[in-house]
Design a protein around this ligand. Structure first.
Ligand SMILES: Nc1ncnc2c1ncn2[C@@H]1O[C@H](COP(=O)(O)OP(=O)(O)OP(=O)(O)O)[C@@H](O)[C@H]1O
Ligand SMILES: Nc1ncnc2c1ncn2[C@@H]1O[C@H](COP(=O)(O)OP(=O)(O)OP(=O)(O)O)[C@@H](O)[C@H]1O
Ligand SMILES: [Mg+2]
Ligand SMILES: [Mg+2]
Lengths: 227, 227
């Protein structure tokens, strides 16, 4: 469902561009649970932004359900993302002026979900990540791990088929983190495709496949022996 | 050097205030290396902001080197913090329009360090956290873990006696994280006082004392048997 062929991503920086991804080939099939690991700066978030059609490659092809994303315009990309992809950003990217509840409702407004349905689904999702008592807090009125959990709830709002989670447990204690990983595992059991960036080998153990990046290259791609 | 007596911190929220800290008593002596742990939302960052005199308690006393911070005005607090405290924020709080180098130089400008000294110290610190090749990147041109490392380098700029690190390794791979923890351990060996918030028991093992919070209470306070 997600395919990369000879993908390069360069960031222009003065004289020497940063080569964040160097000729990456990758295929992720529907229903897989993939963990993406690698050192800080190795290209994981860059790869996630391409997989989520949030960014275009500098070279090479990115195919999303067989459609090449470089052939789609921004409206088509936004429509595809809104319906099919749930993105949990490494830096949360919550809307600072909206409450937790409103942040989770926002993606559903774009999919024309009725107000009553939106509100009840947002509350259910926030309770599922143990934030039932923080519905009316804005991001600045929440702890780091609480903001992260709002970002997780928001990503699940439209029942996406593909969930791209960029380090979703970095700010959570072990118990809260395991609760999120079990939630992702349950969604995968329902057939959702999951790509999880993590630095924590215990989190990666929830996946059935572990891909390792280094300096923009894929240096390892193994099925998880523990599964 | 840092003392709390019956400290409460309430956040006003509609009808029912959030009681983030409830009657906390705590003493941290000069030169200690303390790890602060506890579930997401248990009050760790709130406590760190009080220890760093970035915020005032709702009730109770916070003493910084025997001075009660509620008796100091904002200028005196800023002066105290600028000279004595290095703060690594959970959400980095880098200045988005400045490069990595300029972000690390900024605290030294307030302490009237000469331009040449500022520049060379900032570069030395960024090289020490393996960012020598990213000096001229702005935060939006850096990965999550790279931004975190800029925030760490910045906190050390003025040779602070007290380092308050709120989850400094959350976005780092194991190797980069261990490098930072060893750096903090070295600074502690030089006599610096360190308070490290972490969710990772392996990071907490670097400390000589582990304090656990739950719902705004201190529920455990043990010297680390492994040390
Ligand atoms: N400005 C605020 N207004 C209202 N409530 C707040 C505010 N800041 C924090 N809180 C609440 O106070 C509680 C403690 O927050 P704090 O940031 O200290 O937690 P924490 O232990 O650092 O959590 P984490 O591990 O997730 O970072 C949280 O439940 C949070 O919702
Ligand atoms: N907009 C940009 N402009 C210039 N360089 C960038 C930009 N975004 C990222 N980079 C660089 O590209 C490299 C890859 O960044 P990326 O965010 O993909 O890393 P990462 O693997 O997610 O790291 P982390 O684990 O620290 O989050 C980094 O070295 C970073 O400095
Ligand atoms: Mg990243
Ligand atoms: Mg916190």
């Amino acid at each position: 469902v997600l395919q990369l062929k000879n993908v390069w991503k360069l960031y222009a920086m003065g004289e020497a561009p940063v080569k964040a991804l160097r000729g990456l080939d990758l295929e992720i099939r529907a229903g897989e649970f993939v963990a993406l690991m690698g050192p800080s700066g190795s290209g994981k978030s860059t790869l996630m932004h391409l997989l989520g059609a949030l960014d275009q490659p500098s070279e090479g092809e990115v195919r999303f359900e067989n459609e090449e994303i470089s052939r789609l315009d921004e409206n088509q990309l936004a429509e595809l993302r809104g319906r099919k992809v749930g993105f949990i950003f490494q830096t949360f990217n919550l809307v600072p002026t909206l409450t937790a509840l409103e942040n989770v409702e926002l993606p559903m407004i774009f999919q024309n979900v009725s107000r009553a349905n939106r509100r009840s689904r947002a509350q259910t999702l926030l309770e599922r990540v143990s934030l039932g008592e923080r519905l009316h807090h804005q991001p600045s009125q929440l702890s780091g791990g609480e903001q992260q959990r709002v970002a997780i709830a928001r990503a699940l709002a439209n029942h996406p088929e593909i969930i791209l989670a960029d380090e979703p447990t970095g700010n959570l204690d072990t118990e809260s983190g395991e609760k999120i990983l079990r939630l992702l595992k349950d969604l995968n059991a329902e057939g959702k495709t999951i790509v999880l960036v993590t630095h924590n080998p215990e989190a990666a153990a929830y996946a059935s496949r572990i891909i390792r990046l280094k300096d923009g290259h894929r240096i390892e791609d193994l099925s998880n022996p523990k599964i």
